[in-house]
Design a binder for this molecule. Structure first.
Ligand code: GUN
Ligand code: ZN
Length: 434
């Protein structure tokens, strides 16, 4: 195959370590006049344009951007495809919100044509917002995952998804059984896991909607295939936590339910974790599990404030999640804006470089994909964004007052949204142009 080589010249920024571990200054690389070189869908070089250009053939195809910043593609570690049509549903907290809005909305995915239509809208929305990898909940219907992976495969996206397993405490029209949930998941794994850049996640919705038999089969599936993901929810809402204690009185708390059924591990991502205790954070960290911090959802559903400093203390892997439709925006920039406020309300700070880390390298580490995505290191997939400093009149004016990349980055995360994303590239191909 002939080599397709392209280069992109602009300011370039990427995270290379967790600021909590190495300090802010050693956590990132910034090239004010940078060059990113792509060979056949992978990054082959990143650095100062003045250093790299002389090493490249004179006729190399270089796209030069003014007033723009190149970053890695953003990583959403928790989102629901079948809730695209119910973002911003009024008035309820988690358990009533599920019954009133979520379950009826998800029931529409019994229809494959509906699943196809929403998968298309959903993927366009991810890419418009600069999200190049997401860990995605489908509905209970296998076709929700088929529609999603079919659309993702066409664009060669790196995506992870799974069909919900749910066999109790939900309407009959939306439940599977331990056996059918197991078999349907297995068929999806056989069809999709490891195909191109796609990965499968075993997806028990949360402890209250699965019987012990179903949780045991979810754990069994994880043991049957290498490198499978597991995604679920945990300790999002106080009533939910009490309900789990009542449903599983034999277990020592919410996390222990998942632990007992062998659902913790290096590719397990638990959404929310707002009400986790110190011991639970320690156990999650010990097993290499990760938590998805979902600030817009936690505000919108009145769930509470995630304790990021406690997670850091335990060296727990944390990624950022939009949790659409409990979350109110597909934009991880807007999600960072809310994450900052979650920290402010707890008397803590969220530096813009920690924010960059959470949505890129931190998310990649939570998903054990840091050798493939989350940075602009040579050898990784060419999933990257071009952010436009002049996306709106206010952003343009405000950024002219910024004195350094830290201020620029913080303003991008405070004022930025889908309009800020000029272009999104996946595996070196342009997949969104504003
Ligand atoms: N817990 C169980 N299901 C859900 C869901 O769909 N959204 C959120 N935010 N929490 C959940
Ligand atoms: Zn969720």
């Amino acid at each position: 195959m002939p080599l397709t080589r392209k280069a992109y010249r602009a300011a370039i920024l990427h995270s290379i370590a967790d600021p909590a571990e190495v300090g802010i200054d050693a956590s990132y690389e910034y090239f004010e006049d940078g060059l990113l070189v792509i060979d056949n869908g992978r990054i082959s070089a990143v650095g100062h344009a003045g250093d790299l250009l002389p090493t490249l053939p004179a006729d190399i195809d270089v796209t030069h951007y003014q007033d723009a910043l190149i970053t890695p593609g953003l990583i959403d570690t928790h989102i629901h495809l079948p809730q695209t049509g119910m973002v911003g549903a009024y008035g309820e907290q988690l358990l009533d919100w599920l019954n009133t809005y979520t379950f009826p909305c998800e029931s529409q995915f019994a229809d494959k044509a509906h699943a196809d239509e929403v998968a298309d809208i959903f993927i366009k929305e991810l890419l418009r917002n600069g999200t190049t990898t997401a860990l995605v909940f489908g509905s209970v219907h296998p076709q929700s995952v088929n529609s999603f992976f079919e659309a993702a495969e066409k664009l060669d996206l790196r995506m992870i998804a799974g069909k919900v397993m749910m066999d109790r405490n939900a309407p009959d029209y939306l439940t599977d059984t331990p056996q059918s949930g197991y078999e349907q998941s297995k068929a999806l794994i056989e069809r999709w896991h490891g195909k191109g850049r796609l990965h499968y996640a075993v997806t028990p919705r949360f402890a209250p909607t699965s019987t012990p038999e179903q949780l045991a089969l979810a754990g069994q599936l994880l043991g049957e295939y290498p490198d499978l993901y597991m995604q679920t929810h945990i300790s999002e809402n106080k009533q939910e936590v009490e309900w789990v204690k009542a449903l599983f009185p034999e277990r020592n708390g919410y996390l222990d339910v998942y632990d007992h059924y062998k659902l913790l591990g290096e590719r397990s991502v638990f959404a929310h974790g707002v009400h986790l205790c110190d011991e639970e954070c320690a156990r999650l960290a010990q097993t290499g599990s990760a938590v998805a911090f979902c600030p817009t959802s936690n505000f919108f559903l009145g769930s509470g404030l995630f304790n990021l400093p406690m997670a850091e203390k335990h060296k727990l892997h944390v990624g950022l999640g939009t949790d659409v439709g409990g979350g109110t925006s597909f934009s991880l920039l807007q999600t960072l804006n809310e994450a900052y406020k979650v920290m402010q309300l707890q008397g803590a700070r969220l530096s813009p470089f920690k924010s960059l880390y959470l949505t890129t390298l931190g998310g990649a580490r939570a998903l054990r994909l840091e050798d493939k995505i989350g940075t602009l290191q040579p050898g990784t997939d060419a999933d990257f964004l071009v952010l436009d400093y002049n996306a709106t009149p206010l952003l343009s004016y405000r950024l002219k007052q910024a004195n350094n990349i830290a201020e620029t980055l913080f303003v991008l995360m405070t004022l930025g949204d889908d309009r800020t994303v000029l272009q999104t590239y996946a595996a070196g191909q342009l997949v969104h142009q504003r």
